[in-house]
Structures are given as C-alpha cells and as structure tokens.
Write a protein that binds this ligand. Sequence first.
Ligand SMILES: Cc1ncc(C[n+]2csc(CCOP(=O)(O)OP(=O)(O)O)c2C)c(N)n1
Length: 260
Amino acid sequence: MKMLLLAKSGHSGGPLGIADVFAALYMGGVMRHQADNPHWEGRDRFVLSAGHMCPVQYAAMANAGFFPKSELATLRKYNTRLQGHPGRDMGLPGIETSSGSLGQGISIAVGMAMSDKLLDKSDRRVFTLTGDGELQEGSVWEAAMSVSHFGLDNYCWIIDNNDCQIDGRIKEVMDVYPIVDKCVAFGFETIVIDGHNFDEIMAAFDKFIANSTNGTGKPTAIIAKTYMGRGVSFMEDNYKWHGNPPNAEQAEQALGELVL
Ligand SMILES: Cc1ncc(C[n+]2csc(CCOP(=O)(O)OP(=O)(O)O)c2C)c(N)n1
C-alpha cells in the first residue's frame, strides 16, 4: 500500500490477494535462493507471468534480503529497478525474466524447466504465477501441454484464482472454468487450496517438492483460491481494484485494517 501510494499508479488488488503465497515462496523456505548471491547456480527460479502483480514480489524479495527495503519507495519511478512490470534489463537481483505481456511468462518458465531438467539434468525447480484472467491467453495452454509432454516434474504452476480480472468477473469476460478439470486433463497433479491458509499453501508446495524429488514425471498445478484486495475491506473481492493505487486516505485506512 505504501509503495502504490508513492507511485500514484499500479495494481493493488492482485498483489494483496496473493501476498500469503509470496510469503511462503520467499520467506517460508519453499524456494531455494541466496539473496546475497542471486545468480547462485543451484537456485530455484520464479517467473511472475502475471507481471502486473510485481509490487508483492518486490516486497517479498526485499523482505528476503535481495535488495534494501528503502528501494521499495522507487516503484514505478523514472529509471527505477522496480518497474511497473518486471524488467530483467533493469538489473534487480532475482528477476529472472521480463514479464507483463500475459501468457508469455509461463512459456518462458517452461523453457527454463525444460533446460534445467532435460539439458542440465539439475534438480532446480521453476515456479510460475499466472492470474486466472490470464488463462484466456491461448499460449498458456500450449505451455501447459509442453510441461506435461516433457514430464517436467520440476515445474510448479500457481494459478491465482481470485475470480476477478481488469474488466469484471472471469465468467463474464471469458469463462475459463472448469480450471481444475483443465489442469488435470493437461496432466498436472492438481491441488486446490485456500490461498490465504498458510498450512494449505505449505502442504501444496511440500507435495510439489516431493513430486519433483521423487521424479514422478508429473508437473504440479496449485490453484489458489484467493480474494482480490484481501485484508482491505473496500478492496476485497472487487475487480475495480485490479489496477488502481490507493489515495492517501484509502492507504491510511488500508494500513489500519491490514494485519502487518
Ligand atoms: C497480452 C496482454 N493482454 C492484455 C493485458 C492487459 N492486462 C493486464 S492485467 C489484465 C487482467 C488479468 O486478469 P488476471 O490474470 O485475473 O489478474 P488480476 O486481475 O487477478 O490481477 C489484463 C487484461 C496484458 N498485460 N497482456
């Protein structure tokens, strides 16, 4: 909320809704990384296919020690490393690829998982987050088909199922349901969780890690049921907060309501 207030633009709803999952990834020990050695060869990779949700990734990364928390105040400022959508060329440690054009990050991530497993024979894992509106992009399903075809059990696809997108409810804009059946049909071990329940989040990631460690050949899809704008009464489950920052008054109320 503080970053978005300073930037005077950006996405509030999605990032708030997926914050618990990011806490698990970066601070809950799910991803193997070395914040002071971001190019460490043994690291797991994270690709934010839903690039617009980057404020929460930046916040999680700063908390995990990738860069000073003071830099969070530069979100969306001219020439900042914290672009409004992740830009790899800006040099922010831990950003593996540029993203924001929906449907492309997942394809890049699948390429990473292929080279890790099939070429390098490494035990690195790749995590991707897509939105549910993003599932309307055809390239998402081409990526999903490849993951399964190549048996990429080192690949974890997280879908933020908040049922909201920029212009309305998912079903009203373009129905992508049933998401579970689709993931199963595409060959994923498919796990549905309450994306705000830390035990469920951790159990799902544990299952993925076990699948990849045991070489099951089956990729994992975690469908996280979340609420856009989670924790802020006037934003919660309201798609109109997809792409707006709070003003000063709203930010003050939000910070008062959030459990920090
Ligand atoms: C290829 C492409 N088309 C359109 C957009 C514009 N856009 C950005 S976010 C968004 C809605 C995405 O919905 P969802 O994935 O559910 O994210 P959420 O609203 O939950 O943050 C759209 C259409 C884009 N970034 N890329």
